[in-house]
Design a protein around this ligand. Structure first.
Ligand code: E4P
Length: 218
């Protein structure tokens, strides 16, 4: 399973990259705003900085909600850097734009996916990635992980090449569960990724190894 980090924070991206397990980055307009990145030029410059920091795919989301606007924005984003993947919302014009970009060989991430029907449409339109938001489904007492397994089943039934990118991952167990269910990618915060490191037996075992080494090497 590929690991993407879901942030526009350059320090977090650099820390995950330094760990050596990062395969890409996802952003969205809220995450950019959280970092205080505003204005078209600054936003493009920030995407460039992210691409300079990491080697993998960087999802950059369009703001337009009409086909023409999405195509214009998406083409400008894709031209910025070969690592950019154009992120499109799952609405009718987003699906049309996805098909347009797919026919042109421009990679896409269809976002704001909350049902298997939406995921089926994104795959039919040739999306590179589909982003089901598991955390936001959990927030409304719906089983987010179940959506991942249903999409997996349908994509496998028909051999769709669209990769399932489990999004809105909130914590470490989400990552483990997504891996069990065969998600191709997960995107989550640095804290969820770093949570995978932790085990008290690792800490106590290491402390004992170091203590015993010291005793024998004084
Ligand atoms: C996906 O690409 C989104 O950026 C993201 O995962 C949304 O997560 P949230 O529900 O924690 O805002």
């Amino acid at each position: 399973m590929k690991f993407f980090i879901d942030t526009a924070n350059l320090n977090d991206i650099a820390e995950a990259q330094a760990l050596g397990v990062l395969d890409g980055v996802t952003t969205n307009p809220s995450l950019m705003a959280k970092e205080g990145i505003t204005g078209a030029e600054n936003i493009l410059a920030h995407y460039q900085k992210i691409c300079d920091l990491v080697e993998g795919d960087v999802s950059a989301e369009v703001i337009s909600t009409d086909f023409e606007g999405m195509v214009k924005e998406g083409e400008a984003l894709a031209a910025l850097h070969p690592q950019i993947v154009v992120k499109l919302p799952l609405i009718a014009d987003g699906i049309k734009a996805c098909k347009y970009f797919s026919d042109k060989g421009i990679r896409t991430n269809v976002t704001l996916v909350f049902s298997v029907g939406q995921a089926l449409l994104a795959a039919k339109a040739g999306a590179t990635y589909v982003s089901p938001f598991i955390g936001r489904l959990d927030d409304i007492s719906t089983d987010g992980l179940n959506l991942i397994s249903e999409i997996r089943l349908i994509y496998d039934n028909y051999g769709f090449e669209t990769e399932i990118l489990a999004a809105s991952v909130r914590h470490t167990m989400h990552i483990i569960d997504c891996a069990k269910l065969g998600s191709d990618v997960m995107t989550g915060p640095l804290s969820a990724i770093k949570g995978l490191l932790r085990h008290p037996l690792t800490d106590s075992g290491l402390a004992k190894f170091l203590e015993d080494y010291k005793k024998g090497n004084q």
